[in-house]
Design a binder for this molecule. Structure first.
Ligand SMILES: [Zn+2]
Length: 328
């Protein structure tokens, strides 16, 4: 048996379509750079890395609305969601396979967390997409699909899932998808001044923390720490999905917050430490991050998590029944 939890990557990286650099500060291979850094530093063994199978469009169709399927079939719908300029080429051919591959990796990482205590998708966290629509560079709601697939797999069991979304943007897709689901809790910390502005009246149960632009380490960590303990203790999740966006870093052209790379590592350490006190299963996804230094900062943070918590080592199975789950 391997002594390392499986780490998933999507089999197909997102390409940079011609002209897309005008509308999005893409760094399509950021997650591969993180992976290579972790392997080079000896934090991860190359053997632990799995390429997840992409989801089939037919299985996605069972879980999302017809409206989203129609949008994904239309060039115009895709162009709008990807904020792509005219003449970018065949967006469907370019972006649907990597979106299906990324969703497959999120599904696999959550299942790994469910089985073994920890799962990581070095990518994912497309939190602006919902079952009803693609937007904000997010074509498929991979977080929703992962939760729905796990619930399908565990049929008949009531699973309490907490999504801790610390990407700099509001997780509007996740908030909409679980608006009527009391077993899914969204803990969402984001810059209130950037896309998507405004809140829908019906949103998932949970906690929203609004940050001002350029918010730095001290204010960020104080607000996060104060609220997260209470949320975890109150909700008692069976599994946590942590969308650890690195677009909170200072200088990020989209996130517009002000964390240092040490602040990013402290944030991740705080989250994993608190989750470990309350919940035995954690699935991490990477979210956004568009600065030159994002890959290095994420690799440093994951290395720190591994050194502090043995993050990539499987958990003893005795830990895997959370108090809430045992009580049901
Ligand atoms: Zn973001």
């Amino acid at each position: 048996m391997s002594n390392t939890s499986p780490i998933y990557i999507a089999g197909e990286p997102f390409p940079l379509a011609p002209g897309m650099e005008q509308t999005h500060p893409f760094f399509p291979n950021r997650h591969r750079a993180v992976l290579e850094a972790l392997v080079a530093r000896g934090v991860l063994s190359a053997k632990a890395i799995r390429k997840a199978s992409p989801l089939a469009m037919s299985s996605v169709a069972h879980l999302v609305s017809r409206q989203l399927m129609e949008q994904l079939a239309s060039e115009e719908g895709l162009r709008k969601a990807m904020i792509a300029p005219e003449g970018c080429g065949d967006l469907r051919q370019m972006y649907l396979p990597p979106a299906l591959a990324a969703a497959g990796a999120s599904v696999a990482a959550l299942r790994a967390a469910w089985r073994g205590g920890f799962g990581l998708h070095l990518g994912g966290g497309f939190h602006h997409a919902s079952r009803n629509g693609a937007e904000g560079f997010c074509l498929l709601p991979d977080i929703t699909l992962a939760i729905d697939s796990l619930r399908q797999q565990e049929k008949g069991r009531r699973l309490r899932v907490m999504v801790i979304d610390l990407d700099a943007h509001h997780a509007n897709g996740v908030a909409a998808d679980f608006a009527k689901d009391e077993d899914t809790y969204l803990f969402d910390v984001f810059n209130k001044d950037i896309y998507p502005k405004g809140m829908k009246p019906k949103m998932a149960a949970g906690k929203r923390i609004f940050l001002p632009s350029l918010c730095g380490d001290a204010e960020y960590l104080a607000k996060l720490g104060k609220a997260l303990d209470g949320a975890l203790a109150k909700f008692m999740p069976d599994v946590v999905i942590y969308n650890a966006g690195a677009d909170v870093l200072a200088g990020d052209p989209l996130g517009k917050l002000g964390l240092s790379k040490e602040g990013l590592a402290a944030r991740d350490e705080m989250v994993v430490g608190k989750v470990r006190q309350h919940c035995p299963r954690l699935c991490m996804m990477m979210g956004g991050g568009y600065t030159e230094g994002a890959a290095g900062a994420v690799a440093d943070s994951l290395e720190n998590l591994h050194r502090k918590f043995g993050l990539f080592k499987p958990q003893p199975t005795s830990r895997l029944l959370s108090p809430a789950y045992r009580a049901r």
